[in-house]
Design a protein. Structure first.
Length: 101
């Protein structure tokens, strides 16, 4: 259903991930702790978010690479089929041309 509106699973997951980051950041900022503790938590949280984002990006790259490879294979297959059809048409044309002569 969400695919029909132009939202893929990846964009939905990314939206939740970003929302979680924003929510956690706000929670850290309004928590009653000292500045040193808060900065430490924010730094740790930022490092974790960076690692998760890098992991997500790597998964997206792998999936995109896989899709591109499948696309290349499909194009090669279709190109072969079209070439065979063109060659068959050319042969049929040449045979008809010889019959007419």
């Amino acid at each position: 259903m969400s695919e029909e509106r132009g939202f893929g699973a990846g964009s939905i997951i990314l939206s939740f991930f970003i929302g979680g980051i924003v929510g956690a950041g706000i929670a850290l900022l309004v928590a009653p702790k000292s500045g040193v503790e808060t900065r430490k938590q924010i730094k740790e949280f930022a490092e974790e978010a960076k690692e998760k984002a890098e992991s997500y990006i790597e998964k997206v790259k792998e999936k995109a690479s896989s899709v591109v490879e499948k696309g290349k294979d499909l194009i090669e297959k279709e190109k072969s089929i079209i070439k065979s059809a063109v060659d068959a048409g050319r042969e049929a044309y040449e045979k008809e041309k010889e019959k007419q002569a």
